[in-house]
Design a binder for this molecule. Sequence first.
Ligand code: TEU
Ligand code: CA
Length: 545
Amino acid sequence: IIERKWWHAATVYQIYPRSFCDSNGDGIGDIPGIIGRLDYLQSLGVTVLWLSPIYKSPMDDNGYDISDYQNIADEFGTLADFDKLVAEARQRGIGILLDLVVNHTSDEHPWFAESRSSRESRLRNFYIWRPPSADGGPPNDLTSSFGGSAWTLDPRTGEYYLHLFSRRQPDLNWKNPEVRSEIYRMMNWWLDRGIAGFRMDVIDLIGKEVDAGITADGPHLHDYLQEMNRETFGERDVLTVGEAWSATPDSALLYSGRDRRELSMVFQFEHVTQSWDETHGKWRPKPVDLVKLKAVLGKWQHALAEDGWNSLFWGNHDLPRAVSRYGDATGYHVESAKMLATVLHLMKGTPFIYQGEEIGMTNVSFTSLDQYKDIETLNMHRLHVEAGLSTEDFIRGANESGRDNARTPMQWSADPHGGFTTGSPWIEVNPNYATLNAASQVADDRSIWAHYRELVSLRKQHSVIVYGRYQAWLDHHHDVFVYTRTLEDEELLVIANFTPRTITIELPDELHRRGRPLISNYSPVKEVGETLGLAPYEAFALLSS
Ligand code: TEU
Ligand code: CA
């Protein structure tokens, strides 16, 4: 039923350029650094790289605040470096996805400088300006994701502008057709340079109706996406993935349905937020409840089984490290990292690996506030302390959920600073680099890295992994994740112990079988009977036909 697309079988690797590889010793990762690691990425087997923003930016939010869409930030390199990256990647069968940040720009973008200059500016309507409310305060009570009001008063003209993120990230006015056509022109300019597509930052926010208090999922959102598709990538064979914290299975079908002409897929976050605290959100995460996690992931597998397409991920540059959040980073580091990868990569959808996940990089254990660099973490600290929390308590939450967990430098080797830089890194390297690094894992065929490489390669070989029908088993079991994937006469059985305990499970008749062991994190299992013993975090897949 589904028309086959190249990106159905692809595995994407996300690079956070600032933290990936520094080529010139200034402590900041850069494009030449990425080029130098293409062989590593090719050998992992990934065929798409998503780069977090590399455009000119004052870096208030590490590049998610763009001041020139058609230039590269000096610390990352030049347009010539970028073109070289595209060409060198293509030679290795790898495409480049750019991060499209078009909900907002930097306050240093020339559009904003012009827009704020006077109420009569020809670009006034490029952003969202409103007069103060009757008491002189902000127009309404919309809040910024990074804390506080989403409105800032600009004294020059006496009006407030909207920023759903930092005050240095003013929101563009998507209702203005000139804004939209400028964005489309810019997108085509990048597409013409040969990129493989876009990851679209907070794309669910562009249809906002601020006066009605609506930010996500606004009434014209899908009109804009259809227009964007028509005006830019619609006739090009690219991958587009929209970040949509508000996505539900129903809206995901609107974004990614086959006849919708919008996006290839979206990132949804239900499996992430289901373990957040009701009042304190991610800063007080609850332990992961496997029954709930399975229910959420299964719901999405079923919802997009016949139409639309899933993205699959445990982590990204905003989220804690997968093995720390869902596995056991201390007791069973290798076993649990492999288990998590197995469960995710054998589901239906396009898997995304966040840099360092393939070697099982872990959360930080910072002890003092100045070790954090992330604007969200620093703003939230201020607000939490004002509300009566101690810095110590805040740090406990930040070490579990803060965005800097994902942003410490990639651990390449046991050399100083993990081989990330010869200078001093912009953010501290996790001290566990001495034992946890890419060099040692690439050399070890039983490493986490080797396991990821095998999973990426299996997806290329077996269409049952790409297209097989998903069915979950033992939904109410608290310890194991069990599912099957079926395509024609092939059936894949995946079984994973999510606990640090040795357990014995009972399996329904339909699952008793022999099969060809496809992958496992202990010795290969060849037969599944009525009862099955599983070692801590054991996971394996059997293929039968
Ligand atoms: O993130 C969207 C977003 O809403 C995050 O700020 C999220 O709420 C938070 O990190 C999780 O608790 C995107 C980018 O991925 C993020 O890095 C940017 O800071 C943000 O947009 C603004 O561009
Ligand atoms: Ca550098």
